[in-house]
Design a protein around this ligand. Structure first.
Ligand code: PEP
Ligand code: MG
Length: 328
């Protein structure tokens, strides 16, 4: 079974009718790039940089250390694109030291608190350091920047202004970077889906973070086992949010990926393809099982079945339709 899967590694990733599908890897540390390449990833769709900042005794990594780490991931991917997500700390991923924020109080609702881009915008010097480091790393290979947890136009505009500031600082210091570097947004708050034109106008690409999108759509703490039974990727509201995002982004010709756990679940591959998804990013260990599903997918049939399924609201009907889709 493992040998058969390994044989898929060199096959072109396309559906039965020849539509190309990009299967990328999620990585947490630069060395994970090795497993990503070994599994035949088309690139890194999500580099969770917060892992470089967590569990440190000696303060946050400085600009030079960050450049070295990002460069390491870029070189491990040997010329394939690397999507570097800016720090996404808070909630289930606490920082030991919150940068310069003294006297930081424990939050009542950390998932709704000062996390991810919200925290970065509250620590602009720390954020600028990371943005300069990512820009400088883009001189060593293809890089994209991905911003987590955005909901407000003001957050988007502040973030894009800081990226411009980082560019100007690099220019002034004579530091090389890719002037065409693409900037993308994670779609992981339901409000972002419902106000998607804000994002489509301002970003080069989108990536749907289903882990948080499900958490926030259903008000289920993704780390709380007492409510884990309610955490349901097939909830009709969740399916509507995901399919709306894919449909509107595709219509606006803005590339869209899914990088949450759903992308690496082979039982979800057909449904996501049927919703129009053409780019998936997942843990490297899932790449070949998902690829096997892609290779035997009949897109036209899946698109019809997914459209029917997304219109349903009754859980039993959804479950039956989901099972039929798995047989197509
Ligand atoms: C997500 O929320 O789906 C995601 C990919 O980001 P993380 O799991 O790192 O929050
Ligand atoms: Mg997330």
């Amino acid at each position: 079974e493992q040998r058969k899967l390994q044989m898929l590694r060199s096959a072109t990733t396309q559906t039965l009718d020849g539509t190309p599908i990009a299967l990328c890897a999620n990585i947490e540390l630069p060395v994970d790039g090795v497993a990503a390449c070994a599994a035949g990833a088309a690139g890194v769709g999500l580099f969770r940089t917060e892992f470089l900042f967590m569990n440190r005794r000696d303060g946050l990594p400085d600009e030079e250390e960050q450049v070295a780490q990002y460069r390491c991931a870029i070189e491990a991917m040997g010329g394939l694109p690397v999507t570097i997500r800016t720090i996404d700390v808070g909630a289930d991923k606490p920082l030991d030291t919150r940068g310069g924020a003294d006297g930081f109080e424990a939050e009542m609702n950390p998932a709704l608190g000062l996390r991810a881009i919200r925290w970065c915008l509250s620590e602009p010097q720390m954020f600028l350091t990371q943005l300069r480091a990512i820009l400088r790393a883009s001189a060593f290979g293809p890089v994209r920047i991905l911003i987590p947890m955005l909901a407000h136009a003001s957050e988007i505009d502040q973030t894009l202004d800081l990226i411009d500031d980082a560019r100007r600082q690099c220019d002034a210091a004579g530091l090389a970077y890719d002037p065409n570097l693409k900037i993308g947004a994670m779609i992981e708050i339901p409000a972002a889906v419902l106000a998607l034109p804000l994002f489509l106008k301002r970003f080069d690409f989108l990536s749907i973070g289903t882990n948080d999108l499900i958490q926030y759509a259903l008000a289920i703490d993704r780390a709380d086992s007492a409510v884990a039974h309610l955490y349901d990727p097939l909830h009709p509201a969740v399916l509507t949010l995901i399919s709306m995002t894919i449909r509107e982004a595709t219509r606006a010709r803005v590339p869209v990926a899914v990088c949450g756990e759903m992308a690496g679940d082979p039982t979800m591959t057909r449904l996501l393809l049927g919703m129009g998804l053409r780019e998936f990013s997942m843990h490297p260990s899932q790449l070949l099982v998902v690829k096997r599903e892609v290779l035997r997918a009949d897109l036209a049939a899946l698109e019809r079945a997914a459209a029917d399924l997304v219109a349903m609201v009754e859980p039993l009907e959804i479950k039956a339709a989901f099972e039929r889709l798995g047989q197509l």
